[in-house]
Write a protein that binds this ligand. Sequence first.
Ligand SMILES: [Zn+2]
Length: 81
Amino acid sequence: MFRCNEVVERASLLIDGDLGFWPRLNIRLHLAICRGCRAFVEQMRITHDLTAMAGALHDPAPSEEIAAALARRKMGPGKKA
Ligand SMILES: [Zn+2]
C-alpha cells in the first residue's frame, strides 16, 4: 500500500482519472485508513472542480472587440456598414 507521500504525489492523477487499476486501488486503501490524505484528496478535488468551472465560465462570450471584428468580417448582423 502507498505511503502518504506516494498518495500525495499521485493525487492529481487520481482526480484526472489517469491512474491505472492497481495504483488507484492502493490509494483507495490508503484513503480508507488515513484521514489526512482523505482530506488532502478531497481538497484537491474541490480545487480541480472549481478550476474546471472557472474555465467553463471564462470561455463563452467573446469580448465586444472580438465580437465586432467577427461581425465586420462576416458582414453579419452588425450595425456597422
Ligand atoms: Zn496518508
